[in-house]
Design a protein around this ligand. Structure first.
Ligand SMILES: [Zn+2]
Length: 178
């Protein structure tokens, strides 16, 4: 069987000699896609930054992206579970959702349509860099560099509004929908 040629879901480069449709690395943007090991259910929710974040941005209701646990305690905020047909939403919380997304472009298109202009999208994901190579999350398929996320945001009509410590191995970002 010939090796498949794949189009990079981030930069659009053609990747020849991919091991399979599940296992490939883009030579141009260094995005990496792998067969998952373990189950996403084992990932522990992280809501530590939620209150700090939302107090800064003065958001009253936060919609929680699918596949995450609802925060149990937190500041005096309303939490809702986000449905695909929700619109005019003020803020979406997507903590470590991107590592598991089958279709990254569809994910960002959907968030764009769900948010009001000026609405906030919180994203976090482990990222690779010169001095960091975080262990894979159970069930993780997408392995990013920080610049991959910046590129996806820009391509889909978002601007960065806040970013935590740029040298951390987990990228934490608030993007504003244009
Ligand atoms: Zn690429």
């Amino acid at each position: 069987m010939p090796l498949p040629t794949i189009t990079c879901p981030i930069c659009g480069a053609k990747i020849s000699h991919a091991l399979s449709h599940q296992d490939f690395t883009c030579a141009f943007c260094h995005f990496e896609h792998c067969t998952p090991t373990g189950s996403r259910d084992q990932v522990i929710p992280d809501v530590i930054n939620l209150s700090q974040l939302l107090n800064i941005k003065r958001v009253s209701t936060v919609y929680i992206e699918n596949g995450q646990a609802m925060p149990e305690d937190g500041p005096a905020l309303n939490f809702c579970s986000l449905a695909p047909d929700d619109r005019q939403v003020e803020a979406i919380w997507a903590d470590r959702v991107l590592p598991f997304q089958e279709n990254l472009n569809q994910f960002f298109q959907e968030k764009y349509h769900q948010l009001v202009p000026g609405g906030l999208l919180y994203l976090s994901t482990p990222v690779k860099g010169y001095f960091r190579n975080p262990a894979p999350l159970p069930g993780q398929i997408n392995f990013f560099k920080a610049k991959n996320i910046m590129f996806l945001l820009e391509q889909h009509g978002f601007k960065m509004a806040w970013r935590q410590n740029r040298f951390a191995s987990t990228l934490k970002i608030i993007a504003r929908r244009c």
